[in-house]
Design a protein. Structure first.
Length: 399
């Protein structure tokens, strides 16, 4: 016998109750309890269920749901509950047979329909509780974005951020109460918003324009993108290092001796599912790593202030490890003894001592040694010549 789910997650928009489909209306009519944010509850038709405002913080609402397990319950969410909505946060606490969902059209669909934009080529971002800097990797002339915002004040914050990044000429279309009787549309540019207030719920369509710099999509960002005290894996070496680390979706990197965090940050920029932990013994550098990550729009970097290998104990296991600083025989022994099989390990050496250490490691554990010798042009009297950098020896191995 198939069990009937006791919980129905209903997505509704500003056009409720008229815009609700028959199945959603039937779920509301048969419910004993309806729980949701006060704004959502105010959009409901007349029902016999007990109405329960979703408490703050959000986690307290999960506990309220758990207490109603087995009754006929509806949880309200905005439009499509599983696209930057509350649906996944609710569902992860329940068994699959306990719940069902009746989504409505997403805000992104509504905006695309208003703008005439193809949704499959438009970037969709939810910034209800995320920093505006998360947009930094997306900022490039010609890009179209639809951004969900937490409130009306965030519209001005968004415009100011775009202007700061050199994209003040971007076209903004701000939608308030989209899809409902109170819908309002405002067209402007980021550097010339009208002197009016915007109210929640609010979202913005952006067509990026301006003279701001776009983050390249290949490995090896210019060193100027990173604040540094000089302890940084330079661009050409970093590109080769990222190639050897070979990031793949859903993987986790340990960046040991993070310096400026450049390797870990570029690892994270490669794919939104990647994670990284940067381990740095110097407090000022650890703070700098965190600031660089925030500025470049990656918030999945866990920065650990402490020495390795002591600081490595208890961390989630990595899929790849980069040793950018603190290379020693004890470090390699600890890593090879504790890392899971198939972990990819990459280490760079500049000094004769660490170069010899990597040669010994390759003889013991296998892998590849690569000697990297680079030179750049520099003044030589009245002409120019090649000035060599210190050679770098790179060891890469899969354990």
């Amino acid at each position: 016998m198939v069990k009937v789910p006791w919980l129905t997650i209903v997505g509704l928009g500003e056009d409720a109750p008229e815009g609700l489909p028959r199945a959603s209306l039937e779920a509301l009519e048969s419910a004993e309890f309806i729980i949701g944010p006060p704004r959502h509850l105010s959009l409901l038709p007349k029902v016999s269920a007990e109405l329960i405002p979703w408490p703050v913080p959000f986690a307290d609402g999960i506990a309220r749901l758990d207490a109603m397990r087995g009754r006929r319950v509806v949880a309200l969410a905005s439009q499509d509950p599983f696209w930057f909505g509350a649906g996944s946060s609710i569902a992860r606490h329940l068994a699959p047979e306990e719940w069902t969902a009746l989504p409505g059209p997403s805000t992104f669909s509504w905006v695309a329909a208003r703008m005439g934009w193809p949704l499959e080529t438009t970037l969709c971002r939810g910034l209800h509780a995320a920093p505006l800097t998360r947009l930094r990797p997306d900022l490039a002339r010609g890009t179209k974005l639809i951004v969900l915002l937490r409130d009306g004040t965030a519209v001005r914050d968004l415009a100011a951020y775009l202007e700061t990044c050199g994209f003040g000429a971007s076209s903004l279309t701000i939608f308030e109460s989209l899809g409902g009787p109170r819908e309002r549309r405002t067209d402007a540019t980021a550097d010339a918003l009208p002197d009016s207030e915007f109210t929640h719920p609010v979202c913005t369509a952006i067509e990026l324009a301006g003279t701001g710099a776009a983050l390249p999509k290949s490995s090896g960002l210019a060193d100027e993108w990173f604040d540094s005290d000089g302890q940084i894996t330079k661009r050409p070496i970093r590109a080769l290092t990222l190639s050897a680390l070979a990031p793949r979706p859903h993987e986790h990197l340990w960046d040991i001796g993070g310096g400026s965090g450049s390797v870990a940050i570029e690892w994270l920029l490669a794919h939104p599912s990647l994670r990284a932990t940067s381990i740095e013994p110097r407090a000022e550098r650890a703070a700098r790593i965190a600031a660089n990550a925030t500025r470049l729009g990656v918030d999945r970097l866990n920065v650990i202030h402490g020495p390795a290998p002591e600081a490595l104990a208890g961390l989630p296991p990595p899929d790849a490890v980069f040793i950018g600083g603190g290379l020693s025989a004890d470090m390699l022994d600890w890593l090879t003894a504790h890392l899971p099989e198939t972990t990819r390990l990459v280490a760079n050496a500049v000094t004769l001592e660490t170069e010899a250490l990597l040669a010994q490691a390759q003889a013991k554990w296998g892998g590849d040694l690569l000697r990297i010798e680079l030179a750049h042009s520099a003044p030589l009297g009245s002409k120019r010549g090649w000035k060599s950098n210190y050679p770098v020896v790179q060891w890469s191995v899969t354990l």
